[in-house]
Unconditional design. Structure first.
Length: 138
């Protein structure tokens, strides 16, 4: 699979189309894609690790809550996720995220994401991969 994610332009908002060989890779690629919407991740130092736990009733809920947890970390601490390792067992996601503090004087500011939404949310498994579409309020 070539693409991990691509930006979808939507009037007044922004979205991502995301792919992964499995559910865990899909969630990692969604996190990376969202971080790239915020800034050029290559300019953010990878200086800190954090642990994130999310519990949800469905894959769709888990994806939205996962991304919104990353939005919370950015809003509260200016923390940008560069990479992560994660596992999903039943309805629980556990992740170790690596990244650092976003500094607008050294990193490009792109979009200010308010939240991942349920608007036009889709998440499905095909014969060969997983794919999702998620829309963000900006």
């Amino acid at each position: 699979m070539k693409k991990q994610f691509e930006q979808i332009d939507i009037s007044g908002d922004v979205g991502l189309k995301v792919w992964g060989q499995n559910r865990e890779e899909l969630f990692k690629n969604a996190a990376r894609g969202m971080s790239e919407l915020i800034t050029d991740v290559s300019a953010v130092p990878e200086s800190e690790q954090r642990e994130v736990h999310v519990v949800a009733e469905s894959n769709e809920d888990l994806l939205v809550q996962w991304l919104n947890e990353l939005v919370f970390l950015f809003d509260t601490y200016n923390y940008v996720c560069k990479s992560c390792s994660l596992s999903i067992v039943h309805k629980k996601l556990k992740a170790i995220i690596s990244g650092g503090t976003f500094d607008p004087s050294t990193s490009e500011s792109r979009l200010l994401i308010k939240a991942a939404t349920y608007h036009d949310l889709s998440l499905s498994k095909t014969n060969t991969h997983w794919e999702a579409t998620v829309i963000f309020d900006i």
